[in-house]
Design a protein around this ligand. Structure first.
Ligand SMILES: NC(=O)c1ccc[n+]([C@@H]2O[C@H](COP(=O)([O-])OP(=O)(O)OC[C@H]3O[C@@H](n4cnc5c(N)ncnc54)[C@H](OP(=O)(O)O)[C@@H]3O)[C@@H](O)[C@H]2O)c1
Length: 335
């Protein structure tokens, strides 16, 4: 163990809209020893995810929020440094310990061992982890893309969107991404190999007219707001809309509804919200399917890595306005 002090990021003040400088504070404490049945991990990677904004709200979303004064939640990859748990030993690499902390004490529930010599460890928080599984679940259960259909995916440069689009393309669909800016769009078409990518900071209506002349069969919804409004007008009969996320609205305490229910009726469209954790078996299923595709380079991903736990709050703030380029991770320590 190289560090003698544990650093934790504490949720200190509830934001009224966007996260501010006083939303979080840093606390130092002594590194604890595990009690009976406990595991102590040294955090290597912390995942930054849009859902974290919902954890700062007073009312529950689909789960309870992070209580004020407690350590901010977030999934990590860590190395076991001390263990009084029968299933884990020092040196094990594990996913599933939660907390914006350099050292995490856990009871071992939900911890899974990750191979040291497999895929890069960071991918277990991205394409092979929760975001990749989200894309897989939304497309498998709701989107169900078919050959020749037009599929539109928003936040297409992020880990959920990039994976969702590549899944649809492997199913034979024509896939159009939406992303914020020409650089992201270039990555989406040239690396993730979508058929086209539209910049939502430009004239999205005009771009959609050109890219989707036959309408939209599947819209994988990651953002909501103005992007959603532009795409819903173009839904085809029997369109499917996996409602995965609404990141454009997370800072808004009172988001206005965009959907006119006439659309559901006239288009016989299917809108369905889903939460990846509702089907826990999907995580292992997706990892088994995706690991060889990632290893062979067939399934592409990009990452933005921020150094140091102190920078986690600014990273989350940036993600909610599109400043990240790919799966956002904080590198907390070297292996
Ligand atoms: N249902 C579930 O179980 C589940 C699980 C995981 C994630 N999600 C949701 O999936 C979505 C994508 O997650 P991710 O981890 O892949 O995130 P991400 O794409 O890495 O980051 C969010 C992206 O959203 C876009 N964005 C932010 N504000 C926007 C705005 N006002 N208008 C349009 N786009 C905006 C930005 O990309 P651009 O610059 O390209 O616009 C930003 O980079 C999120 O909504 C998240 O909450 C849901």
């Amino acid at each position: 163990m190289t560090q003698s002090v544990r650093q934790s990021i504490i949720f200190a003040k509830r934001p009224a809209g966007a996260i501010t400088d006083d939303t979080f504070i840093v606390r130092s404490s002594t590194i604890p020893d595990p009690g009976p049945g406990e595991v102590l991990t040294r955090t290597l990677w912390l995942s930054i995810d849009p859902y974290m904004r919902g954890r700062l709200n007073e009312g529950a979303t689909y789960t309870t929020g992070t209580p004020l004064g407690s350590v901010m939640t977030g999934e990590t990859i860590g190395e076991v440094v001390a263990s009084a748990h029968p299933n884990f030993a020092p040196g094990d690499i594990v996913a599933g310990a939660f907390g914006w902390e350099t050292h995490i004490l856990s009871g071992g529930d939900g911890l899974t061992r990750v191979p040291r010599d497999g895929a890069p460890l960071s991918t277990y928080l991205g394409v092979l982890g929760m975001p990749g599984t989200t894309a897989y679940s939304g497309m498998k259960d709701i989107g169900q893309p078919k050959p020749g259909e037009t599929v539109v995916v928003s936040a297409a440069c992020g880990p959920v969107g990039a994976t969702a689009g590549q899944i649809a393309r492997r199913a034979g669909a024509r896939v159009i991404g939406i992303a914020g800016g020409p650089e992201k769009c270039r990555w989406v078409t040239e690396t993730a190999r979508f058929d086209a990518c539209l910049n939502h900071r430009g004239d999205l209506d005009a771009q959609l007219d050109e890219a989707c002349p036959d309408g939209v069969d599947v819209y994988f919804e990651n953002v909501g707001g103005a992007v959603q409004a532009a795409i819903l007008k173009r839904l085809n009969t029997h369109a499917r809309v996996p409602v995965c996320g609404l990141v454009a609205q997370y800072d808004d305490p009172d988001p206005r509804p965009v959907l006119n229910l006439n659309l559901l009726l006239y288009k016989r469209a299917r809108f369905e919200g889903f939460i990846v954790g509702d089907k826990p078996g999907r995580f292992a299923e997706w990892r088994t399917l995706a690991a060889p595709l990632v290893a062979s380079g067939e399934l592409r991903y990009c990452e933005e890595i921020v150094d140091g736990l102190d920078n986690a709050p600014a990273a989350l703030r940036g993600q909610l306005t599109g400043r990240n380029f790919g799966k956002l991770l904080v590198k907390v320590a070297d292996l």
